[in-house]
Design a binder for this molecule. Structure first.
Ligand code: SAH
Ligand code: SF4
Ligand code: F3S
Length: 462
């Protein structure tokens, strides 16, 4: 009997509680669900609190300093819970997964000795062995931050549990772009695309489990180049067309895309595939060509504008979202003004904006002319006022229109459901719980900065 089977056998006699806390991007959400699935045969079932859990996994993010630091403050609290459980004669295993695990490896255990397992985003399929090692050694930490030659997708169990009405599906991982501020190429490794057949099979399973919307995920999702059944490499546009054939898959989205990888095939998919939702997150980072060059983005503002024009010609109602960084080393007042001007011109329906955060090991962190924090804070505040007003204006423009809304989950109040518009806005409305999973026509009656509300209209949407 292998050690793994041993562990599984022991576990099957004693149900174990698993608590996963997720940080960072949607890819971590997907990975957390896969970890839960991987551990289920060992007797672990998800619980909603860390208190008294047998295994706690922090699935971490390293993108900005704040994100990484959160993990260590959480570990402080978990250490106390772990000690309390030990006093009661129990054992809590603490695992750090995700991008902080990848970036900091063994240092995590040095800084927080309560951690038992450190596992990177490309090696979490080894979790059962790592756990077995910890249980056996009774104390010694187990670390795996390798980039194994075998893609983890080949070794993970097939997606089995339902993922809800709107599901994520990772199709591409890693990044070869090396923007000078970003840790992702180091934490997630080189670009890898899953084969088309595998993606289609997973999409069908998700739909059978009740999903009506799938968001295709990748750090650079439109760099997708997965092996097709015909032996060619397929690009994202072609994959989307194929997914549109999956019955009852009513909505397709993808994120995050890079402006350099928007090819004609993808633009055409926006024109031709009705299931492809008219909302696109397309990070631009800065409105200054000088800063874009320093960032190693390898596109200009004019390139970005052209890309957006092509997309909007294909799909005139396309709503655009973006990411912007202020205070990149060397960013002058004029550079910042150029970012404000671009935001003004683009009318983003939604946007994320960040103060530049120096990340260890990235070229920008050691660049000269770091911008003082007060200046970053002031620029961010100014930009966010503009972005907030654009988002509010976009939302308010929906009032009086009837939008098809996919009902996803219960609302805060009894009798309410929350769904999503095609433009990814949250929509609150009164609707019977058994309508969950339906796409219904909703007359939008009110808008706030972050969401819409409305009422079901009598007409059947689909
Ligand atoms: N793959 C995506 C983004 C991944 S990270 C892309 O290429 O655009 C998500 C966002 O975090 C980035 O778009 C960027 O705006 C922000 N970000 C990344 N590194 C950062 C850093 N060091 N400081 C501040 N923001 C950062
Ligand atoms: Fe990071 Fe995105 Fe640039 Fe890749 S393309 S290095 S993920 S910001
Ligand atoms: Fe964060 Fe890693 Fe995602 S650094 S944004 S969790 S790829």
């Amino acid at each position: 009997m292998t050690q793994l089977e041993d562990t599984a056998k022991a576990a099957s006699n004693s149900p174990r509680r698993l608590y996963i806390k997720n940080y960072g991007c949607q890819m971590n959400v997907y990975d957390s669900a896969r970890m839960a699935e991987l551990l289920a045969p060992l007797g672990y079932s998800l619980t909603v609190t860390a208190n008294d859990a047998d295994l706690v996994i922090l699935n971490t993010c390293h993108i900005r300093e704040k994100a990484a630091e959160k993990v260590f403050s959480e570990l402080g609290q978990l250490r106390r819970m772990k000690e309390a459980k030990a006093r009661r004669g129990g054992r809590m295993i603490l695992a750090v997964a995700g991008c902080v695990a990848q970036a900091e490896g063994a240092e995590i255990i040095e800084r927080a000795p309560c951690v038992d397992v450190v596992v990177g985003p490309q090696s979490y399929h080894h979790l059962p062995e790592l756990l077995a090692r910890v249980l056996r050694a009774d104390g010694a930490g187990a670390i795996d931050t390798s980039f194994p030659v075998e893609p983890k997708f080949d070794l993970l169990p097939k997606v089995a549990s339902p993922r809800g009405v709107a599901a994520f599906l990772t199709i591409q991982e890693g990044c070869d772009k090396f923007c000078s501020f970003c840790v992702v190429p180091y934490t997630r490794g080189a670009e890898y695309s899953r084969p088309v057949a595998e993606v289609l099979a997973e999409a069908r399973r998700l739909v059978r489990g009740g999903a009506r919307e799938i968001t295709l995920l990748g750090q650079n999702v439109n760099a997708y180049h997965g092996g097709g059944p015909d032996g060619r490499e397929w690009r994202l546009g072609e994959l989307i067309r194929q997914l549109a054939e999956v019955e009852r898959l009513d909505r397709i989205r993808y994120t995050t895309s890079h402006p350099r990888d928007v090819d004609d095939e993808l633009v055409a998919a926006h024109r031709d595939v009705p299931q492809l939702m008219p909302f696109l997150h397309l990070p631009v980072q800065s409105g200054s060509d000088r800063v874009l060059a320093l960032m190693n983005r390898r596109h200009t503002v004019a390139d970005y504008r052209r890309t957006v024009d092509r997309l909007r010609s294909a799909r005139p109602d396309l709503a655009l979202s973006t990411d912007l960084i202020v205070g990149y080393p060397g960013e002058s007042c004029e550079d910042f003004q150029a970012t404000m001007d671009l935001a003004d011109e683009m009318r983003f329906a939604q946007a994320f904006s960040f103060k530049y955060s120096p990340r260890p090991g990235t070229p920008a962190s050691s660049a000269a002319h770091q911008v003082p924090d007060e200046v970053k804070a002031q620029r961010l505040a100014e930009l966010q006022v503009l972005l907030g007003s654009q988002q509010r204006a976009f939302n308010e423009a929906c009032i009086g229109h009837t939008l098809p809304v996919l009902l996803e989950k219960p609302g805060r109040h009894k009798g309410q459901l929350v769904g999503r518009s095609p433009y990814l806005q949250s929509v609150h409305l009164a609707a019977p719980a058994d309508r969950m999973g339906d796409i219904v026509p909703v007359l939008i009656t009110a808008a706030s900065a972050n969401s819409l509300s409305g009422s079901l209209t009598g007409v059947a949407a689909e």
